[in-house]
Design a protein around this ligand. Structure first.
Ligand code: GLN
Length: 279
């Protein structure tokens, strides 16, 4: 079995198992296992793969066939050009969320005080801390495991983030210029229909937004105004069909300039709004 044959065979097995990105995944698992990059396959592809390594590659492929996310097999996910550590029990960073980071970076001036609530792996606040100047960065989550992962990612990537264990704003008494969040927003009834990778390996805690998916927006709308400085801004990720409902929630709660932004796929993805000057 040559290296190239092994990768082709793994790709075919993943395809047969209904894995959408079968070719990419076969390659990613190969690179993870061997530490080689893809040009290795062009230069050494026709050479024999050592049996021991092939056995390990088959084992990894088996796990992917069983719909374990590739990121949990490699232990990493790239996000905004940084390599984040991931683990079972904390939401794997989604590339869709890079759009939230880009929108936030447009707004956040040097020196701003920024809080990310429901920080998960820390991908949002750490990317922003790395890509902006001298912000004061805070991250909170209800999950101890998420905070610990954020701490490790911040340390590895060299970002200075203060961590707060809190159920949304319950244990937060400071005020911020910006509050960012990618809260859970999936409708509870839709959880069983999610892809196996998400349903069985991402924590329900990070996905379940209640009956209509909007529970966290309602709580954030109620609680965030007191935690924002005057003129402070909220920037949140939303589901592709939630723009209208989320706008209504924040307008009814007295926030100003509620704006919905579409991502590069044309899906509503981000909401921004300002704390009302009168509250
Ligand atoms: N966009 C995520 C998904 O694909 C949902 C994350 C969330 O609820 N914030 O499942």
């Amino acid at each position: 079995m040559t290296w190239a044959e092994a990768v082709r065979k793994a790709g075919a097995r993943l395809k047969a198992a209904g894995i959408a990105d079968h070719e990419a995944d076969a390659l990613i698992l190969f690179m993870h296992l061997t530490g080689e990059n893809r040009t290795f396959l062009l230069t050494h592809g026709e050479e024999e793969m050592p049996g021991e390594q092939y056995a390990k590659y088959e084992e990894l492929t088996d796990r992917r066939v069983n719909h374990i996310p590739t990121q949990l097999l490699t232990g990493t996910q790239d996000f905004m050009g940084f390599e984040f550590e991931v683990e079972e029990g904390v939401l794997i960073p989604r590339l869709d969320t890079e759009f939230l980071v880009e929108e936030a970076l447009r707004e956040i001036p040097d020196g701003a005080k920024v809080l990310d609530i429901c920080c998960g792996s820390g991908c949002i606040i750490i990317s922003i801390a790395k890509l902006s100047n001298n912000i004061e960065a805070f991250a909170s989550d209800i999950s101890e495991q998420a905070l610990e992962l954020t701490r490790r990612n911040a340390e590895k990537l060299g970002a200075d983030i203060r961590l707060i264990r809190s159920d949304l704003f319950d244990s937060i008494d400071d005020k911020f210029d910006f509050i960012l969040s990618n809260p859970p927003y999936i409708r509870r009834g839709e959880l069983p229909q999610l892809m196996e990778e998400v349903r069985d390996h991402d924590p329900q805690l990070a996905l379940d937004g209640g009956e209509d998916g909007l529970d966290f927006y309602r709580r954030i709308a109620r609680e965030a105004a007191d935690r924002l400085n005057g003129g402070g801004m909220l920037i949140m990720e939303i589901g592709f069909d939630q723009g209208g409902a989320v706008r209504d929630i924040f307008e009814a709660a007295g926030y100003k300039n509620v704006e919905i932004f579409k991502d590069y796929s044309g899906n509503e993805r981000v909401v921004k709004c300002l704390k009302s000057w009168t509250t």
